[in-house]
Write a protein that binds this ligand. Structure first.
Ligand SMILES: [Zn+2]
Length: 416
C-alpha cells in the first residue's frame, strides 16, 4: 500500500482490537490490522486514538490577565468589574498575544476545535474580534476556531452594542451570544439576540442563570423563544448554575424543558466552583449544574474551560480531560459508564454542537490525537495527557510521557 505514514496499534474504541491507520495526502487511506507498507511509522502502542477534544466555551480575549486584574473577593461582580476596567486598555495586539498563549497550551492538550466567546461593546469595539480572527488564521495549522461574539456587559443598557455585533456578524463571526444577567432589561436582551440570530441565520450561545437563586430564571424565556423561532438544536446555554439548586422534581421538569426545545447545556466547572456560593461562610454549595442528568436524558451537554488565569478563574492549563475529571469529582461520578459520559462531554457532544460530527474513517482528514489510556473512562479518571496530535497527517505537538531515572539497584552485600 502506498502511504505517507502508518500509525501502528491504534485503539479506536474502548475494547476494540488495535488497528493500523494508513495516511496518504493528509487523509486516512486505510484502517486495518497489519497494513503492509514501507511508509514511515509511528506506534500508538495500543493507546486510544481520537479526533481530539473540543472546547465549546473559551474566552481568549480576556485570558491571562492576572498581572493587571484581580478579584480578591472571588465574586461574579468582582470579576465583571475587574475585567471591565482592564478592558479599556486592551488592544488587538495585546489580545492576540494573550490568546496565542492559551492556544499554545490548548494544542498541547489535544484540543482541535474551540468555540471562543468574544466581547463586543462600545469600549472594546471590534478589537477583540479582529485579534481572534487573526488567531484563527495563525493557528489553522492545528485547530479550528469558531467565533461567538456577545455583549458581556449587556445590550440594551449599552447603546451602540447591537450595531457593533451586527458589524461583526456581517464580517464573518460564526454565531452570536447573549448575556441577559448583566442587562437592565434581560427579557428584551433575549428578544434582541434572537432577532439578530434570525437576521444572520446563526446559532446562539447564552451565558445564563449564573447564580444560585432558584426563585427566578431566564431559561424558560430562552426555551420559549427557541421554539418560537424554530431554532431547536441551534441554541446552547452556559453556566445555568441555578440548576444545581433544584430538587429532583423541578430538575426533571428542567430536563424536559431543555430536551423539548433541544437546547444544549454547557458546564464551566472551574469558573462555577470558583464564583458560586461566595455569600456562604460555611457549607458552601458547589454550584455546578448536574449535566450528567441532562446528558442521560438525551440533552447535548458539554464541559468546557471558560476562563484561563483571569478574575473569573485564576487557574488554567487548557486540559479538557482535567475539566471532565473536575466535573466528575464534583458530581460524585465514579462508575465507568459515568466517566465515559464525562468524556463524551469534552468530545462527542461539543463536536456535534459545533457542527463537526464525524468519526475516524477512511477518507476523513487525518486529524488524530493519541491518549496514554486504553479507555475513555480511564482518560477522565487519570487525566490522561495526550502524547501527540496531528492535523491532516502532520504532527502538531509531541509530549512524550515522563521517563523515570531510577538509580541503579544497590549491589548486594553478603551478611554472612
Ligand atoms: Zn463564558
Amino acid at each position: 500500500m502506498t502511504l505517507d505514514l502508518v500509525i501502528r496499534q491504534a485503539r479506536l474504541h474502548d475494547g476494540a482490537t488495535p488497528v493500523d491507520i494508513g495516511i496518504k495526502d493528509g487523509r486516512i487511506a486505510g484502517l486495518a490490522q497489519g497494513l503492509v507498507t514501507d511508509a514511515p511509522q509511528l506506534t500508538a502502542g495500543g493507546g486510544l486514538v481520537i479526533r481530539g477534544f473540543a472546547d465549546s466555551h473559551l474566552h481568549l480575549d480576556k485570558a491571562c490577565l492576572l498581572d493587571r486584574a484581580r478579584n480578591p473577593a472571588g465574586t461574579l461582580t468582582g470579576a465583571l468589574e475587574a475585567v471591565s476596567a482592564a478592558k479599556r486598555d486592551f488592544t488587538a495586539a495585546d489580545i492576540h498575544a494573550r490568546g496565542a498563549r492559551v492556544l499554545d497550551k490548548a494544542i498541547g492538550q489535544g484540543t482541535t476545535l474551540i468555540r471562543t466567546q468574544v466581547e463586543i461593546d462600545p469600549v472594546i469595539g471590534l478589537a477583540g474580534f479582529d485579534a481572534v480572527r487573526r488567531l484563527r488564521r495563525d493557528y489553522a495549522w492545528a485547530l479550528d476556531l469558531q467565533i461567538c461574539v456577545f455583549p458581556q456587559d449587556g445590550l440594551l443598557n449599552h447603546p451602540g452594542t447591537e450595531e457593533l455585533l451586527r458589524a461583526a456578524l456581517a464580517q464573518g463571526a460564526d454565531l452570536l451570544g447573549g448575556c441577559p444577567y448583566t442587562d437592565t432589561d434581560p427579557v428584551g436582551h433575549i428578544a434582541r439576540v434572537f432577532a439578530m440570530a434570525r437576521d444572520f441565520d446563526v446559532d446562539l450561545d447564552f451565558h445564563l442563570d449564573f447564580d444560585l437563586d432558584p426563585g427566578w430564571r431566564h431559561l424558560d424565556e430562552v426555551a420559549r423563544q427557541t421554539i418560537a423561532h424554530n431554532m431547536q438544536g441551534r441554541v446552547a446555554v452556559g453556566h445555568v448554575t441555578k440548576l444545581s439548586m433544584l430538587p429532583p422534581g423541578r430538575l426533571a421538569d428542567s430536563v424536559a424543558l431543555m430536551r423539548d426545545a433541544d437546547i444544549a447545556l454547557t458546564v464551566l466547572p472551574a469558573t462555577d466552583l470558583f464564583i458560586a456560593g461566595r455569600d456562604h461562610d460555611h457549607a458552601v454549595p458547589r454550584g455546578v449544574a448536574p449535566a450528567h442528568v441532562f446528558h442521560a436524558a438525551g440533552v447535548c451537554c458539554t464541559v468546557a474551560t471558560n476562563n484561563v488565569l483571569n478574575p473569573f478563574t485564576p487557574y488554567g492549563d487548557c486540559s479538557l480531560p482535567r475539566m471532565a475529571n473536575l466535573f466528575a469529582n464534583v458530581a460524585q461520578l465514579g462508575q465507568p459508564a459515568d466517566l465515559d459520559r464525562c468524556f463524551a462531554m469534552i468530545s462527542d457532544d461539543p463536536f456535534r454542537l459545533l457542527g463537526h460530527a464525524g468519526d475516524i474513517a477512511v477518507g476523513a482528514p487525518a486529524d488524530l490525537v493519541l491518549l496514554p489510556c486504553e479507555s475513555r473512562a480511564a482518560t477522565v479518571a487519570a487525566i490522561g495527557r495526550p502524547l501527540w496530535g496531528m492535523r491532516s497527517g502532520r504532527l502538531t505537538f509531541d509530549a512524550p510521557a515522563p521517563r523515570l531515572l531510577a538509580p541503579p539497584a544497590p549491589s548486594r552485600t553478603s551478611a554472612s
